[in-house]
Design a binder for this molecule. Structure first.
Ligand SMILES: NS(=O)(=O)c1c(F)c(F)c(S(=O)(=O)CCO)c(N[C@H]2CCc3ccccc32)c1F
Ligand SMILES: [Zn+2]
Length: 263
């Protein structure tokens, strides 16, 4: 989808022209602020099955021109949602070296530095993610907010490969590791709402789980994320830096976000 640029003449404001759902209902991301939050005691901790992938397995990390994404193992799934959801891929959203405020979801109007998404599909009802991605109960995405702190060795297991996926369509193999290491402390505390893909085609098909607590990565790790990748292919005479690949927050009318924690 070459149309997928966030800023400029083809930016997110033009998405609804070609992708009508982008101008529709239940759009993500959103801002979490006090008067739309409601505690829900039924929101139980998620179970992460098969997340500890042996290093004999490998994940494919690739630059798809607007994000860096890593395909995950079909043995990974989450339980304690209305259905069983199987992992598909993870990817990131970030800002730029002068403005490290590239998260998609915001809290009380505040951006975090970046955001990791782990995309799953409803494997109880659909054969694969492509069949699931335009269904209301098709996808479940886990979102981890990233902020600056100490060096994070778990995130480094992915970040150390960025130099090999600098350009569009490049890919590299990443040795398996426990993907649960990428989750924050207290993963039982999260925001939950029904929303959409944050890139075209913006299908309202995502059950969002945004963890309350951010994960820390170092300033250097964040700079690597913000400066390593390009949207363009390696031989493109006009390289385009892959930066600011986050969608702005969407209007959230008369709806509630459910929280599993008491503020
Ligand atoms: N922020 S988000 O979680 O909404 C989200 C993205 F932001 C994003 F960039 C991608 S993508 O695969 O890199 C490109 C879109 O096709 C996907 N990929 C999803 C959407 C389409 C699709 C098809 C198969 C597997 C994954 C996805 C995505 F779910
Ligand atoms: Zn995403």
């Amino acid at each position: 989808v070459s149309l997928l640029t966030y800023a400029g003449p083809d930016g997110e404001k033009t998405w609804p022209k070609k992708y009508p759902f982008c101008g529709g209902v239940f759009q993500s991301p959103i801002d979490f602020h006090r008067d739309i939050l409601q505690y829900d005691s039924n929101l139980s901790p998620l179970e992460f099955i098969g997340y500890n992938v042996p290093s004999t397995n490998q994940f494919t990390l690739t630059n798809n021109g607007h994000s860096v994404k890593m395909y995950l193992s079909p043995t990974m799934h989450i339980r304690n949602l209305p259905f069983e959801y199987t992992a598909s891929q993870l990817h990131l959203h970030w800002g730029n070296r002068n403005k490290s405020e590239g998260s998609e979801h915001t809290v009380s109007g505040k951006h975090f530095a970046a955001e990791l998404h782990i995309v799953h599909y409803n494997s109880e009802k659909y054969p694969d993610v492509t069949a699931a991605m335009d269904k209301a109960d098709g996808l479940a995405v886990l979102a981890i907010l990233l902020e600056i702190g100490p060096f994070n060795p778990s995130y480094e297991k992915i970040f150390r490969h960025f130099q090999n996926v600098k350009y569009k369509d490049q890919m590299v193999q990443v040795p398996g590791f426990n993907i649960q290491e990428l989750l924050p402390d207290r993963p039982d505390e999260y925001y939950r709402y029904e929303g959409s893909l944050t890139t075209p085609p913006c299908y309202p098909s995502v059950l969002w789980t945004v963890f309350r607590h951010p994960v820390k990565i170092s300033q250097e790790q964040l700079l690597a994320l913000e400066t390593a990748m390009y949207c363009t292919e390696s031989d493109d005479p006009e390289p385009l830096e892959m930066v600011d690949n986050f969608r702005n927050v969407q209007e959230f009318h008369e709806r509630l976000v459910f929280i599993s924690f008491r503020e």
